[in-house]
Design a protein around this ligand. Structure first.
Ligand code: ZN
Length: 261
């Protein structure tokens, strides 16, 4: 089984401190499990730089650069950070802008600020012709509005948590839906229902590791090898074999990020 992890954070210090043997060992371990491609996602300038560095070291890793909604304005002004982000986005092996979006779980920074930074990153993606990785937590309506406001931009909603109707609307607009370990959670029936409705051609799989370990490993340090659980759950929902599900989502992610299979 060849697996594509479309959204991971291997620059997170927990891989160095909590995985036996550290980050390099974690990565060689997941590569041994059939994980052939990983996009490491930036959440601020520092982790965007770290993502580019990881992509430079490992032929199976690519990078996305962006400012997470909860990190907006933490280390610089919008103008300063967008100028630097644009420079980072032009580095080799950068395949997307993200993660950006909105997170109203914590009203930090205020909604208006989050929106400004999201729109600036949508504009950057449009000018560079890169896809966008959207983080949408409890902000479905306003994230969908941004998608409609930038018809020239395509992207993915990562760790999708919206409704079936929202998934259908995104697909109609040419966007992709990425499912994480949440689809295996017993208390996330709505996400499973949305997954049931999404055509497999519009689907990617992700860990969001070190977060969101799937059932039955919930709460542990997540890694890309655990995608077998997520793939298994999606396969059951779609009436496909795990191998087919892995293969099709692998192909989808390569096409989405513009990566050679
Ligand atoms: Zn993430």
């Amino acid at each position: 089984m060849r697996i594509f992890d479309s959204h991971a954070h291997y620059d997170d210090p927990r891989f160095e401190s909590e995985f036996e043997g550290g980050r390099d060992r974690a990565l060689s371990f997941v590569f041994e499990q059939g994980v052939e491609r990983i996009v490491n996602i930036g959440a601020n300038l520092e982790s965007s730089r770290a993502s580019i560095a990881l992509a430079g070291r490992y032929g199976k890793i690519y990078a996305a650069v962006g400012i997470h909604p909860n990190d907006c304005g933490k280390t610089g002004t919008l103008g300063q950070e967008m100028a630097e982000l644009e420079e980072l986005a032009r580095a080799p092996r950068v395949v997307a802008i993200g993660e950006t979006g909105m997170d109203f779980h914590y009203d930090r920074p205020p909604k208006e600020v989050q929106k400004q930074w999201f729109c600036a990153q949508m504009e950057l993606a449009r000018s560079l012709g890169l896809p966008v990785v959207v983080h949408d937590r409890e902000a479905h309506g306003i994230c969908m509005q941004a998608v409609r406001d930038y018809p020239g931009v395509r992207g993915v909603f990562h760790s999708f948590s919206g409704s079936t109707e929202m998934a259908k609307e995104l697909i109609r607009l040419g966007w992709m839906i990425s499912f994480s370990g949440v689809v295996t959670f017993r208390n996330a029936r709505r996400v499973a229902e949305a997954a049931e409705s999404v055509p497999i051609e519009c689907m990617m799989v992700e860990t969001d590791c070190p977060y969101l370990a799937p059932h039955p490993l919930r709460g542990t340090l997540n890694h890309s090898g655990n995608l077998v659980y997520t793939i298994g759950a999606l396969a059951a929902l779609k009436g496909l074999s795990p191998e087919e599900t892995a293969q099709i989502t692998y192909h989808n992610a390569c096409a989405f990020y513009g990566i050679e299979e």
